[in-house]
Design a protein around this ligand. Structure first.
Ligand code: GLP
Length: 235
């Protein structure tokens, strides 16, 4: 595991975009696993700028996002589909059909979970998976649990995650209580993992990366992955 500390968010974003951009340059048809939240926004801005300046080409890239809320329409500004369109997809030359998120509106979430897991496999697996980390150590929406979930599945969000994510909603009652997420097994299948974390995550990052490996701290499983880069900002 490589751990890089940066002095601020901007430097973290520059480095993260550099690694994601390098992946696209090395393998133009790569599969990127993408994340939402405030951590990746700066990296997406830079990728969009590089594409706009003709230095990166997303025309053959395929993307799979980690997760999506249940019950939100794709054009709902709080949905992760909306977030991704706004922060990245609409700003680079990626065909919309190459971008994938779980369908949180599916009537049969179990079938949808299977479809999404199979889709990732049929694309050839994820070349580079971008991750943020929740204050309780969640990755994707894999909350602390008795076991590491292996596959894409529906989750009940914890009170602390609902609380944390409510900052992006008008009222806490509007935050969905369920989501569909890649499982820990799905994430661990990615060939490379890039975890980015703001200064507010220093405590949980330390616990996850050097504490015991336990499903109570889902990100701790990354200690077992052969190719993880962590970019953590100090300020
Ligand atoms: C959400 C997402 C996670 C993300 C986390 C941290 O819960 N499902 O994938 O890592 O938020 O978000 P932020 O980067 O805003 O702290």
């Amino acid at each position: 595991m490589r751990i890089i500390q940066t002095k601020n968010y901007e430097e973290m974003s520059v480095l993260a975009a550099g690694l994601l951009g390098a992946q696209v340059l090395l393998k133009p048809g790569c599969v990127l696993g993408l994340a939402t939240g405030s951590s990746p926004v700066g990296a997406y801005d830079r990728l969009a700028a590089e594409c706009g300046e003709g230095r990166l080409d997303f025309s053959q890239v395929r993307t799979v996002n980690l997760d999506e809320y249940c019950g939100l329409q794709p054009d709902d500004p709080q949905s992760y589909r909306y977030f991704m369109d706004k922060h990245l997809f609409s700003r680079v030359n990626i065909p919309q059909g190459n971008t994938h998120l779980p369908n949180g509106l599916a009537e049969d979430i179990q079938a949808e979970s299977q479809r999404y897991e199979d889709l990732i496999d049929s694309l050839g697996g994820v070349d580079m998976q971008l991750l943020g980390i929740g204050h309780n150590g969640h990755i994707g929406f894999n909350e602390p649990a008795p076991d590491f979930p292996r596959r894409v599945h529906r989750v009940q969000l914890t009170e602390s995650t609902i609380q944390a994510n409510s900052r992006l909603f008008q009222r806490i009652e509007d935050v969905p209580t369920q989501a569909v997420t890649m499982g820990i097994g799905t994430i661990m299948k990615a060939r490379k993992i890039l975890l980015i974390a703001g200064a507010d995550k220093a405590g949980i990052l330390e616990t996850a990366l050097s504490g015991p490996i336990t499903p109570q701290v889902p990100a701790s499983v990354l200690q077992l992955h052969p190719d993880v880069t962590v970019i953590a900002c100090k300020g």
